[in-house]
Design a protein around this ligand. Structure first.
Ligand SMILES: *Cc1c(COP(=O)(O)O)cnc(C)c1O
Length: 229
């Protein structure tokens, strides 16, 4: 299947899921997760119409930027960001989705101020409370948002999560629902300077379930580009 056919099919599935949930399909952002994909393939996805491209590795991203892989589309960072690589990502990415520690918030804030910008970020939540996984625990989120007021170099735009690996279809719904509750609770509290716009949930195998549970940003790799090598 060609990339543009895949994207068309995914857009149809997104629209159906959104309508089933009584929501407007246009409010769901489709992010192409492009790890290990060549600039040529990424450009094909951009041409077919995705809302952004998401990269996992800083080095790979920097190399692909220099090759013009992302021209014409916003760039997101979606992988674990090592502290010594913050300088390469701040200001280069429209959205850093995978901010998983207070230490990282502080470093991004500092770097953004140095560059004279405000960096949009999402907080990554370890919603399955898996010991091996990065991210804030759900019960830490409010405290972090309270603290974030003091970091004027960052702008928290929402939440992101990668739930535990599902053994069967539908297993992740409970985590998606938990994330949606957290997101809605924070939105309703109307913190000063916090505008929660994005709930980033759902990958190739479960994005329709994620949308039905409230996601408005899906990160899709395999279903766009084919299997990982
Ligand atoms: C690879 C990746 C995705 C996409 O996964 P697929 O199952 O290939 O759609 C989404 N989010 C993150 C953070 C990823 O690393």
């Amino acid at each position: 299947m060609r990339i543009c056919d895949n994207i068309k099919r995914i857009r149809d599935m997104i629209a159906q899921a959104a309508l089933r949930a009584g929501r407007n399909p246009d409010e769901i952002k489709l992010i192409a997760a492009s790890k290990a994909k060549t600039p040529e393939l990424i450009r094909e996805a951009v041409a077919a119409g995705v809302d952004a491209v998401g990269e996992n590795r800083v080095q790979e991203m920097v190399s692909k930027i220099s090759q013009g892989a992302y021209e014409g589309t916003p760039l997101h960072f979606i992988g674990h960001l090592q502290k010594n690589k913050v300088k390469h990502v701040v200001g280069q990415c429209d959205l850093i989705q995978s901010v998983d520690s207070l230490e990282l918030i502080k470093l991004i804030d500092k770097r953004a101020k140095m560059y004279g910008i405000c960096q949009d970020i999402l907080l990554q939540v370890n919603i399955g409370k898996e010991p091996q996984k990065k991210g804030f625990l759900p019960e830490q989120i409010e405290e972090i948002i309270d603290l974030a007021k003091t970091y004027t170099g960052i702008n928290i735009k929402g939440l992101m999560a990668i739930p535990p690996i599902a053994l069967k279809k539908g297993d992740n719904r409970i985590y998606f629902e938990k994330m949606n509750k957290l997101y809605v609770d924070i939105k309703q509290k109307r913190y000063d300077n916090i505008h929660m716009n994005y709930l980033s949930l759902g990958m190739s195998g479960d994005f329709t379930d994620a949308i039905i549970s409230g996601s408005n940003m899906v990160r899709i790799g395999t279903a766009i580009f084919g299997s990982r090598v």
